[in-house]
Design a protein. Structure first.
Length: 165
């Protein structure tokens, strides 16, 4: 595999683990303000991010490539309210989408067809990831229009069986 592509795929493992760490911090934030529904969604997200990291790790192992693990930085946690928190989750996912696009372009440029195919799953996954947080933001925004409380959204999220902690 191209050296630069390999380095960036290893770096992506780090970014997926950082994503899990970021959502770990967000779940603490929501639990501290007693919003268990939002915390449940975010805890579900931690699992997904760990799974993303494992997918890349397994792929590099199957290609018999050397995996380099780096330090995971601590996330910034100065969110001011639930809207701000979910908004920063969406912004984070957008940066990950760009990373995946970049990796995809690199695999095309180096004619690494296997990696190109491998990354297609991540491209679709990022559409879902962004949509999930955009949908939550819309729900929070609608509380203003409908005159309802964010606590109702939280209660519904807690009951939503789509998310498993
Ligand atoms: Fe991810
Ligand atoms: Fe993600």
């Amino acid at each position: 595999m191209d050296k630069n592509l390999l380095e960036n795929l290893s770096l992506q493992i780090n970014k997926e683990l950082y994503s899990a760490y970021l959502y770990f911090a967000m779940s603490i934030y929501f639990l501290e303000i007693n919003m268990e529904g939002f915390a449940k969604v975010i805890k579900n997200q931690i699992k997904e991010e760990l799974n993303h990291a494992k997918k890349i790790y397994n792929y590099l192992l199957s290609r018999d490539e050397e995996i380099i693990l780096n330090d995971i930085k601590a996330p910034d946690t100065n969110w001011i309210n639930p809207y701000d928190t979910i908004k920063s989750a969406l912004e984070h996912e957008k940066t990950i989408t760009n990373d995946i696009k970049h990796l995809y372009e690199m695999s095309k440029e180096t004619k690494d067809y296997a990696t190109e195919v491998f990354l297609q799953w991540f491209i679709e996954e990022q559409v879902e990831e962004e949509s999930k947080f955009r949908c939550l933001l819309d729900k929070i925004e609608q509380t203003k229009n409908l005159g309802c409380e964010i606590i109702h959204i939280d209660r519904n999220l807690k009951l939503d069986e789509e998310y498993i902690e």
